[in-house]
Write a protein that binds this ligand. Structure first.
Ligand code: C2E
Ligand code: MG
Ligand code: MG
Ligand code: MG
Length: 297
């Protein structure tokens, strides 16, 4: 931390900056190396899966794929850090392709093992979506892995909306025309939330944990959550509450008519070997079915 005053102040400040820059450069170098080494191998990157739970059936209706990276030099690096570097350096296209293939392959394996369709929800950066060959890449991933288009959900964030809205809409519509679903992730943390809902062709709305955290003790958050859930349902969109950690949060969500949740209360993101089936959840106690729940799917 920089000192408040004295001759050391600037030196301290600039050395902090360069540490950040050094880390950035190192991350990009290691990320590039890892992506090259990845070809044909299984080192460096992996994908963990977190259930998206339908409260009506009390089991996973989909699994969100979350990228994990362990580097020999850097150790475990958070996706919050390496995804940003990957986006800024253009490496996100290769990384995104790895995650997509991995998730679709896993989804297909599970659907065969469990003898039922399994949906996979995969995060997509706006730079990926905006690339002109994105649809082709997704269709090829579906073909190579043998996964059904209807088993794929692509999660985008409000960041796409600062792009050309018409173009984004046509990209999303093209995906949906093929039977792929689109989710709007981290809803409520971006800029034009309401405008986005009025225009974007989406199937799922993921309400950010910001609105879920301590909702039982926070009347304002409760009001916002109630409105978003109602709005989503009125628009025919499935609303998923993200980051549910506490039973008290779940109780409020159920009272507000929320049908789908995701969070540590049910399961952490796990390596696939640790997931035994769609009902593999932390819950010892059955969740009480709310009176006003709509059919799950
Ligand atoms: P996200 O898409 O919003 O994913 C949810 C994040 O919340 C994950 O963090 C997950 O581990 C965490 N989470 C889940 N339940 C809870 C909970 O109950 N409490 C709390 N506090 N957190 C919870 P993670 O895995 O660190 O990923 C962070 C972000 O990195 C993701 O946020 C997503 O934006 C991005 N990301 C991860 N994998 C990929 C990827 O393959 N591609 C792209 N483009 N982005 C990715
Ligand atoms: Mg997500
Ligand atoms: Mg999210
Ligand atoms: Mg989030």
């Amino acid at each position: 931390e920089a000192k408040r005053s004295g001759p050391g102040h600037w030196r301290q400040f600039t050395s902090d900056l360069s540490e950040t820059q050094q880390r950035r450069v190192q991350l990009e170098r290691r990320l590039r190396a890892a992506l090259q080494a990845q070809r044909g191998h299984d080192q460096g990157f992996s994908v963990h899966y977190q259930p998206i739970v339908g409260l009506a059936g009390r089991q996973a209706v989909a699994f969100e794929a979350l990228a994990r990276w362990h580097d020999a030099e850097l150790g475990w690096v958070s996706p919050l850090e390496f995804i940003r570097v990957a986006e800024e350096s253009g490496l996100i296209h290769d990384l995104g392709a790895i995650v997509l293939h991995c998730a679709l392959r896993q989804g297909r394996a599970w659907s065969e093992a469990w003898n039922q369709p399994v949906s996979m929800s995969v995060n997509v950066s706006s730079t990926q979506l905006m690339r002109c060959d994105f649809l082709e890449q997704v269709m090829s991933a579906l073909e190579v892995t043998g996964a059904a288009a209807s088993s794929l959900i692509l999660e985008i964030t409000e960041a796409v909306v600062i792009q050309d809205v018409e173009l984004v809409n046509s990209r999303l519509q093209a995906l949906r025309d093929r039977g792929i679903r689109v989710a709007l992730d981290d809803f409520g943390t971006g800029f034009s939330s309401l405008a986005v809902l009025g225009t974007l062709p989406i199937d799922v709305l993921k309400v950010d944990r910001l609105f879920v955290k301590d909702v039982a003790q926070n009347a304002r958050r409760q009001a916002l959550l109630a409105a978003v859930i109602l709005l989503g349902h009125r628009l025919g969109i499935t609303v998923v509450a993200e980051g549910v950690e506490e039973t008290s949060e779940l109780e409020v969500l159920q009272i507000l008519g929320c049908t789908h949740v995701q969070g540590y209360l049910f399961a952490r993101p796990l390596p696939p070997a640790q997931i035994s089936g769609p009902a593999h959840l932390n819950l010892a106690e059955p969740v009480t079915a709310p009176h006003n729940t709509r059919a799950a799917d």
